[in-house]
Design a protein around this ligand. Sequence first.
Ligand SMILES: *[C@@H]1O[C@H](CO)[C@@H](O)[C@H](O)[C@H]1NC(C)=O
Ligand SMILES: *[C@@H]1O[C@H](CO)[C@@H](O)[C@H](O)[C@H]1NC(C)=O
Length: 415
Amino acid sequence: MKLAISAFLAAYLALPATAKMDLRMLDKYEGANCLDGSAGAYYIEKSATPSTKYQLFFEGGGWCYNDKDCANRATGDLGSSKNYPAQTDRMGGVASADCDLNPAFCDFNFVFMKYCDGNSFSGALESTVHIDETEQDLHFRGHYILEAVMTDLISNEGMDQVTELSLTGCSAGGLSTFLHSDYVQEFVSSQVSQDFKYGATPVSGFFLMDRQNVHDEFVMSAQMKTIFELSNATVGVHQGCIENTDAENQWKCNTAPEALKHIEQPIFVLDSSMDSWQSGCIMTNKAIDYDKTATRDMPNGLCSQAEGFEDCGGDVGNCNDEQIYSVVEYQGSFVRLLTNAAGYQKDNSGAFIYPCFTHCAGQDDNSFRGFTVDGTNMSTAVNDWWQGVGVNGAVTKSYLSQIYNLDSSNPNPTC
Ligand SMILES: *[C@@H]1O[C@H](CO)[C@@H](O)[C@H](O)[C@H]1NC(C)=O
Ligand SMILES: *[C@@H]1O[C@H](CO)[C@@H](O)[C@H](O)[C@H]1NC(C)=O
């Protein structure tokens, strides 16, 4: 027994220590508040070797879609910093510190921006929203949290010396990466005196939010329009999009396909053409009647609930022959919206789109290493893109997995 334990300990100690990030509260920045009014926050892990490179990573976690939904969210970690631990673990893939796995960004100072505002770091409401039932006052201040993170990094964490800056994040954090890609570059540029290399790598954030579900109901669209308005996000989403869009449609600037039409900075999109979150929560979701629903614990709406699609939405491997048409059509829209967008077509921009039915594969070590398109793994695709950013004459290669066609004997998205 004793021997077994010490052998176990020896094996344990031989492993590299788990990377731990340290908490920084933004309590000195007035108005940089989570939904419940507590201070925004981020975690940081400095590079093992002194470095002037920074990677800013947006945490994900869906969205809240109306006042009641946001009031519920305000009581947990996605709406309050009250219970954030002093340290937490870092994610992998595009955020990994392992240079074999992630040669592009492994030696960057890593910053993990905590998501607690309910709308992808976009809200900018000056007042608060009072919830009578629970006596809560909700703050929609994501835009100011992001500004405070950047200001704090520049003032206190050496980012005034930045030479390379990478913006990334997954899921709702992937959407944040699209929405704020130009803003972050512009803000940091305005605060530091030197030029720096810059690019964004949104992971699983290209949500087709302005799209009907399989029954032709615009469920996700209605949800996003509501949170855009509730959080007063006009000033917090992509400004080029806002300037070119009439007031009625400006909520669409809160979505990645619209933002990408206007994005100027280099961007390399990592995503699945049939993302497992989108299949349930956009393609086969169902509207929530909040007034008739007793529980408030439904942060992402009623996913995979569209009638007849309950099994298919949760796992497209279960779709029948007729339902697979919806999947193929969705993938077609996905690739069309991506590749037609001006921001995608720019020099120094591109994408790595795989067919695997997953979510957030770009922050997962095994997928980052193992998913290949045209014989290239995600790790190499990202590194090749990053090495070319800003280099005269460098060509950015895109990797687009084959769309599923109905003639194939197995049209289901698999890896
Ligand atoms: C990705 O592919 C390249 C080229 O085949 C290989 O050298 C590299 O080790 C792979 N990366 C990972 C993390 O496995
Ligand atoms: C909403 O944001 C705008 C800036 O886009 C600001 O001028 C306005 O005061 C804000 N409104 C509220 C109610 O917070």
